[in-house]
Ligand binder design. Structure first.
Ligand SMILES: *[C@@H]1O[C@H](CO)[C@@H](O)[C@H](O)[C@H]1NC(C)=O
Ligand SMILES: *[C@@H]1O[C@H](CO)[C@@H](O)[C@H](O)[C@H]1NC(C)=O
Ligand SMILES: *[C@@H]1O[C@H](CO)[C@@H](O)[C@H](O)[C@H]1NC(C)=O
Ligand SMILES: *[C@@H]1O[C@H](CO)[C@@H](O)[C@H](O)[C@H]1NC(C)=O
Ligand SMILES: *[C@@H]1O[C@H](CO)[C@@H](O)[C@H](O)[C@H]1NC(C)=O
Ligand SMILES: *[C@@H]1O[C@H](CO)[C@@H](O)[C@H](O)[C@H]1NC(C)=O
Length: 480
């Protein structure tokens, strides 16, 4: 064999080997596995890892925006008309939420922490100052009236005291008071009898600069799927407000971090202490945030469906016989008996009776659904928006003339949008990781490409080796 043909055959064999190797590697997914196992090892809550730093002190700016509902027809509502509201907002706060009192336990498999949240008002990102006035339902009064509705003696006493204070079913307060607290005369009077009561009321009273209790998280050292998963909250591994074990489960993370290597089939579980329950989000579509690839996860309507549509939700009926329609959650057991009902903003995805029950509701998917855009390889949240609405259940209580002839209605007070978009420094870091990942994952395809190239060269050389004569013989064939 001449040196030339030896060369040709070497090319052919190499091409074949590269193709086989490349295809075998693609099919076995070795490089993908290698990459994923490296990420799984890296994304652990361990002193010194980037994942730990990002978990302890989230680098991206978080904003909390409040939109209030100003009631426009209080007198008509007391006569039994449908309430009409106007949405007013946003009132925007920058939210800081570092993990504090961090301590590793059990050989680094668990970590305890409290999540301290601080809110700083952003006047330039708000519709007006915190001193804007909002007319809404008088939540302390409604809570007291609900509590004493069957005790006519006390009800009469309280009712006449409320008249002397000129307190009614509705109240006009500033945004700052409604959120961060104001002294309420009625509560003050009750406090005189029961000193353990608090005479200040606010939707976020005592939430600034404080935390919602002690968490124990798994670090993900043993299993990457356990990264930042809640083990216990305030020393408990389940809740006690609901009427079934499934509903009382604390599932998933606190919603601010998720495990790496997310697939489209994963359900992302999270526990929300604001919502007093766990829930999950599922994959809906691919997305892109600042040029980075993401999977968009959204809680399906099934999560908030009523018990006929989703029997697993029967445990959220409190008391057990009192089931509400889809899309609303009675959280009074976890709000000291206040008749608070949580929902999506504008009753998005809730039963139409609630949307129609209040004039001014305009549910909208883009503006009102909760979304999480997550980078599938690293599990880093690229963009998220948690959206909730706080409502109050209002009904006529005959012992209290203050309630007039009001119809039973779930009246929205405020809706909030807690959102985050990844910061540019993190985008830069993540871009490098994703680029490296793409290179590693594409090595088998590069082998295949080189194999094909060599194969082409081989063919070319083979054709050129064919003796001159044979090509002449082809002429008649082509002409026939
Ligand atoms: C992490 O390591 C630093 C420096 O070694 C140390 O000061 C810090 O206390 C450690 N943090 C935790 C939570 O163990
Ligand atoms: C929350 O607390 C911080 C620091 O204590 C303070 O600067 C900020 O104004 C407070 N925010 C509100 C809304 O009261
Ligand atoms: C809300 O309604 C009240 C009563 O009509 C009004 O005084 C107040 O200015 C309204 N608030 C805003 C921010 O428009
Ligand atoms: C109030 O009384 C009604 C009927 O008299 C009863 O069905 C209801 O359970 C009572 N509610 C409370 C809170 O005691
Ligand atoms: C928690 O997860 C389990 C399955 O892992 C499920 O059966 C249960 O319904 C979940 N609970 C909540 C409140 O999401
Ligand atoms: C539950 O929701 C479905 C669909 O919206 C509705 O047909 C059904 O009447 C609801 N059941 C209850 C008890 O509200």
């Amino acid at each position: 064999m001449s040196l030339k043909s030896c060369c040709i055959y070497t090319t052919g064999v190499s091409s074949l080997l590269l193709l086989i190797a490349g295809i075998a590697l693609v099919l076995s997914g070795v490089f993908t596995h290698f990459l994923q196992s490296r990420v799984k090892k890296e994304v652990v809550l361990r002193n010194g890892t980037e994942a730990f730093e990002a978990w302890r002190n989230p680098p991206a700016p978080i904003y909390m925006q409040f939109y209030f509902f100003n009631l426009t027809n209080p007198l008509e509502v007391l006569d039994g008309d449908r309430p009409a509201v106007v949405e007013i907002g946003p009132y925007t706060y920058r939210e800081y939420r570092p993990m504090e009192e961090v301590n590793f336990l059990e050989n680094g498999t668990k970590v305890t922490a409290v999540n301290t949240k601080t809110y700083i008002f952003q006047r330039d990102m708000s519709r007006g100052p915190e001193s804007d006035l909002i007319r809404t339902v008088n939540i302390p009064a409604v809570t007291v009236m609900e509590q004493f509705k069957n005790q006519s003696f006390f009800a009469n006493l309280i009712s006449s005291y409320m008249k002397s204070l000129d307190e009614g079913l509705f109240t006009t307060r500033t945004v700052g008071e409604l959120l961060w607290g104001y002294e309420d005369e009625l509560l003050k009077a009750l406090k005189a009898m029961k000193p353990e009561l608090d005479d200040v009321f606010g939707l976020f009273y005592k939430n600034n600069g404080s935390n919602d209790g002690e968490y124990v998280f798994f670090t993900g050292k043993q299993n990457y799927k356990d990264f930042a998963r809640v083990d216990t909250w305030n020393g408990e591994s389940s809740l006690s407000w609901w009427t079934s074990d499934d509903c009382n489960m604390i599932n998933g993370t606190n919603g601010a971090s998720f495990h790496p290597v997310v697939s489209k089939n994963d359900l992302l579980y999270m526990f929300s202490s604001d919502l007093c329950r766990s829930l999950y989000a599922e994959y809906v579509e691919d997305a892109e945030v600042k040029g980075l690839p993401a999977y968009r996860f959204v809680p399906p309507s099934k999560v908030f469906a009523n018990h006929t549509e989703n029997p697993a939700n029967a445990g959220f009926c409190v008391p057990a016989w009192n089931c509400l329609g889809s899309g609303v959650l009675n959280v009074s057991p976890c709000k000291q008996g206040a008749p608070i009902i949580m929902s999506s903003p504008h009753f998005y995805q809730a039963d139409q009776q609630y949307v129609k029950g209040v004039f001014g509701m305009k549910p909208n998917k883009e503006r009102h659904q909760t979304t999480i855009d997550i980078n599938p390889l690293t599990g880093i949240i690229l963009q998220a928006a948690k959206r909730l609405q706080v409502n109050v259940f209002v009904e006529k209580v005959s012992a209290f003339s203050q309630t007039g002839d009001v119809r039973s209605v779930i009246l929205p007070v405020v809706h909030l949008n807690e959102s985050v978009v990844i910061d540019d420094a993190s985008v830069k870091k993540l871009r490098v990781i994703i680029l490296e990942a793409n290179v590693v994952v594409n090595i088998p395809f590069m082998l295949i490409a080189v194999g094909i190239l060599l194969g082409g060269v081989f063919m070319l050389l083979m054709c050129r080796r064919v003796p001159e004569g044979t090509s002449d013989e082809r002429q008649p064939l082509l002409q026939s």
